[in-house]
Design a protein around this ligand. Structure first.
Ligand SMILES: NC(=O)c1ccc[n+]([C@@H]2O[C@H](COP(=O)([O-])OP(=O)(O)OC[C@H]3O[C@@H](n4cnc5c(N)ncnc54)[C@H](OP(=O)(O)O)[C@@H]3O)[C@@H](O)[C@H]2O)c1
Length: 243
């Protein structure tokens, strides 16, 4: 698919990995819909980091736990910048939920954002992608989907289900739309990540280091430029998944 001047929606694009992915897509000539939830300043910075005219891009706020907000986001995006050809489901939450203290609201929160939102975004955008004859969806999963961390079970379950969803969407939206996932190992620990966890990330990998945001950005670029890959999950984890 020729990416030049096509529209990409990146969720959670005001910070960290989402921001870096959006900047790369801008460098590849795409028009961006920069979604954010709370990071308004970050979303504005993302726009500033994009090459060329800032007016080619759009910043939109939405709480993606809410399906009506997803529909409104998609409606505004398509009305203001045109049909969306690329969707990067990047937004997610990650926090500890020890088995014997996790609350129902925490479970609902994690599953709504990490799983339900990618589904309804894909539903809202997939139909147009299919009828236009092309489109790409990339879901950010996690190395822990296949080897769940015991204190993060709802998060890991949400990402495991997102792997299944990635494969299912690849089938449902074929042959026009390619749907793939990227499974990062630790590339950018949350600020509150404790030293011990990071040591484990390094030790329990083949390459004995954590990754860089650029490693994920390169994987996104590869999946967008490849026209013969669909329904796959690309681990970008320094060999952690097979350690
Ligand atoms: N960082 C890593 O090393 C790593 C490892 C494995 C997998 N991953 C996956 O890679 C992706 C990006 O990771 P990251 O570390 O860059 O993420 P992050 O820093 O935790 O950022 C999360 C993003 O989700 C958005 N978000 C949170 N709650 C939301 C809501 N209710 N509605 C809409 N958006 C919401 C945030 O938006 P605002 O900031 O605007 O509120 C933010 O942009 C995630 O899917 C993550 O699971 C990351």
């Amino acid at each position: 698919m020729d990416l030049e001047n096509k529209v990409a929606l990146v969720t959670g694009a005001g910070v960290r990995i989402g921001q870096a992915v959006a900047v790369k897509l801008g460098q590849l000539g795409m028009r961006l819909v920069i979604h954010y939830h709370h990071s308004e300043e970050g979303a504005k910075q993302t726009i500033q980091r994009l090459p060329g005219k800032k007016s080619r891009h759009l910043v939109l706020q939405a709480d993606l736990k809410d399906v009506s907000a997803i529909k409104e986001l998609v409606h505004k995006a398509e009305k203001q910048v045109g049909p969306v050809s690329v969707l990067v489901n990047n937004a997610a939450e990650f926090f500890p939920t020890p088995l014997f203290s996790v609350a129902e609201e925490e479970w609902d929160h994690l599953l709504a954002l990490n799983l339900k939102a990618p589904f309804f975004l894909s539903q809202a955008l997939g139909e147009n992608m299919k009828s236009s004859g092309e489109g790409k969806i990339i879901n950010m999963v996690d190395v822990s989907a296949e080897r769940p961390w015991k204190s993060f079970l709802p998060y890991c379950a949400s990402k495991a289900a997102l792997i299944s969803l990635t494969k299912g969407l690849a089938r449902a939206l074929s042959p026009e739309v390619q749907v793939n996932g990227i499974a990062p190992g630790t590339v950018l620990p949350p600020p509150e990540h404790i030293e011990m966890d990071l040591t484990a990330s390094v030790e329990n990998s083949l390459l004995k280091r954590i990754g860089k945001v650029e490693d994920i950005v390169q994987a996104v670029e590869y999946l967008l430029q490849s026209d013969f890959v669909t329904g796959t999950i690309l681990p970008v984890d320094g060999g952690r998944s097979i350690y």
